[in-house]
Write a protein that binds this ligand. Structure first.
Ligand code: ZN
Length: 135
Protein backbone atom coordinates (compact mmCIF):
# COMPACT_ATOMS: atom_id res chain seq x y z
CA UNK A 1 0.00 0.00 0.00
CA UNK A 2 1.06 3.59 -0.38
CA UNK A 3 0.60 5.86 2.63
CA UNK A 4 0.86 9.57 1.86
CA UNK A 5 0.60 11.04 5.35
CA UNK A 6 -0.93 10.79 8.79
CA UNK A 7 -4.45 11.97 7.96
CA UNK A 8 -5.35 12.56 11.59
CA UNK A 9 -4.77 11.56 15.18
CA UNK A 10 -7.90 10.46 17.03
CA UNK A 11 -8.05 11.63 20.63
CA UNK A 12 -10.74 10.45 23.04
CA UNK A 13 -12.22 13.20 25.20
CA UNK A 14 -15.05 13.20 27.72
CA UNK A 15 -16.37 16.48 26.37
CA UNK A 16 -15.49 18.38 23.19
CA UNK A 17 -16.62 21.62 24.85
CA UNK A 18 -14.23 21.05 27.74
CA UNK A 19 -11.34 19.99 25.49
CA UNK A 20 -11.56 22.70 22.83
CA UNK A 21 -10.31 25.65 24.90
CA UNK A 22 -6.98 23.85 25.35
CA UNK A 23 -6.59 23.16 21.62
CA UNK A 24 -7.87 26.56 20.48
CA UNK A 25 -6.73 28.98 23.16
CA UNK A 26 -3.49 27.36 24.30
CA UNK A 27 -2.26 25.57 21.14
CA UNK A 28 -3.84 28.13 18.84
CA UNK A 29 -5.48 25.55 16.55
CA UNK A 30 -8.89 26.14 15.05
CA UNK A 31 -11.84 23.76 15.09
CA UNK A 32 -13.40 23.87 11.62
CA UNK A 33 -16.01 21.13 11.89
CA UNK A 34 -18.05 19.28 14.51
CA UNK A 35 -20.21 16.38 13.44
CA UNK A 36 -21.92 13.37 14.94
CA UNK A 37 -21.24 9.92 13.48
CA UNK A 38 -24.43 8.14 14.55
CA UNK A 39 -23.42 4.53 13.89
CA UNK A 40 -20.20 5.02 15.90
CA UNK A 41 -22.01 6.84 18.70
CA UNK A 42 -19.46 9.64 18.71
CA UNK A 43 -19.32 13.37 18.17
CA UNK A 44 -16.17 14.47 16.40
CA UNK A 45 -14.39 17.82 16.26
CA UNK A 46 -11.65 18.45 13.69
CA UNK A 47 -8.71 20.85 13.90
CA UNK A 48 -6.08 21.32 11.21
CA UNK A 49 -2.42 20.99 12.21
CA UNK A 50 -0.46 21.79 9.08
CA UNK A 51 -1.03 18.89 6.66
CA UNK A 52 -2.72 16.72 9.24
CA UNK A 53 -5.59 16.93 11.70
CA UNK A 54 -6.61 16.26 15.24
CA UNK A 55 -9.94 14.44 15.59
CA UNK A 56 -11.47 14.82 19.04
CA UNK A 57 -13.87 11.96 19.80
CA UNK A 58 -16.61 12.39 22.37
CA UNK A 59 -18.93 9.46 23.19
CA UNK A 60 -22.65 10.13 22.67
CA UNK A 61 -23.68 6.92 24.43
CA UNK A 62 -22.31 4.70 27.16
CA UNK A 63 -22.21 1.87 24.61
CA UNK A 64 -19.85 3.84 22.41
CA UNK A 65 -16.41 2.24 22.02
CA UNK A 66 -15.03 5.66 22.95
CA UNK A 67 -16.93 5.57 26.26
CA UNK A 68 -15.42 2.14 26.96
CA UNK A 69 -11.95 3.33 25.97
CA UNK A 70 -12.16 6.30 28.37
CA UNK A 71 -13.50 4.05 31.12
CA UNK A 72 -10.58 1.63 30.73
CA UNK A 73 -7.69 3.92 29.84
CA UNK A 74 -8.84 7.46 30.45
CA UNK A 75 -8.99 10.25 27.89
CA UNK A 76 -6.04 10.42 25.48
CA UNK A 77 -4.69 9.26 22.13
CA UNK A 78 -7.09 6.70 20.69
CA UNK A 79 -5.93 5.97 17.13
CA UNK A 80 -3.63 6.96 14.28
CA UNK A 81 -5.22 7.39 10.85
CA UNK A 82 -3.11 6.97 7.72
CA UNK A 83 -4.19 8.29 4.31
CA UNK A 84 -3.76 5.54 1.73
CA UNK A 85 -3.47 6.51 -1.92
CA UNK A 86 -4.38 3.27 -3.61
CA UNK A 87 -7.63 2.53 -1.82
CA UNK A 88 -8.68 1.29 1.59
CA UNK A 89 -10.07 -1.94 0.12
CA UNK A 90 -6.68 -2.76 -1.44
CA UNK A 91 -4.87 -1.89 1.77
CA UNK A 92 -7.21 -4.14 3.76
CA UNK A 93 -6.59 -7.01 1.37
CA UNK A 94 -2.83 -6.53 1.80
CA UNK A 95 -3.14 -6.45 5.59
CA UNK A 96 -5.35 -9.54 5.55
CA UNK A 97 -2.82 -11.37 3.37
CA UNK A 98 -0.08 -10.36 5.83
CA UNK A 99 -2.06 -11.92 8.68
CA UNK A 100 -3.02 -8.61 10.30
CA UNK A 101 -6.26 -8.87 12.25
CA UNK A 102 -8.90 -6.52 10.81
CA UNK A 103 -11.67 -4.81 12.73
CA UNK A 104 -13.38 -3.82 9.48
CA UNK A 105 -13.35 -6.39 6.70
CA UNK A 106 -14.51 -3.75 4.21
CA UNK A 107 -14.29 0.06 4.06
CA UNK A 108 -17.15 2.04 5.62
CA UNK A 109 -18.08 5.69 5.90
CA UNK A 110 -16.37 7.69 8.62
CA UNK A 111 -16.39 11.33 9.65
CA UNK A 112 -15.86 13.89 6.89
CA UNK A 113 -17.21 11.44 4.32
CA UNK A 114 -13.96 9.45 4.20
CA UNK A 115 -13.86 5.74 3.46
CA UNK A 116 -12.27 4.20 6.53
CA UNK A 117 -11.35 0.86 8.07
CA UNK A 118 -9.66 -0.09 11.32
CA UNK A 119 -6.93 -2.63 12.01
CA UNK A 120 -6.90 -4.38 15.35
CA UNK A 121 -4.41 -2.92 17.88
CA UNK A 122 -3.31 -6.42 18.91
CA UNK A 123 -1.94 -6.82 15.37
CA UNK A 124 -0.44 -3.33 15.06
CA UNK A 125 2.00 -3.02 17.95
CA UNK A 126 -0.70 -1.74 20.29
CA UNK A 127 -1.82 1.22 18.20
CA UNK A 128 -5.38 1.21 16.94
CA UNK A 129 -4.83 2.01 13.26
CA UNK A 130 -7.26 3.57 10.83
CA UNK A 131 -6.77 3.55 7.07
CA UNK A 132 -8.67 6.20 5.15
CA UNK A 133 -9.14 7.74 1.73
CA UNK A 134 -11.27 10.40 0.13
CA UNK A 135 -14.05 8.67 -1.80
ZN1 ZN B 1 -10.30 8.66 12.96
Amino acid sequence: MKISKIEHLGIAVKSIEEALPYYENVLGLKCYNIETVEDQKVRTAFLMVGETKIELLEPTSEESTIAKFIENKGAGVHHVAFAVEDGVANALAECDAAGIRLIDKAPRKGAEGLNIAFLHPKATQGVLTELCEKP
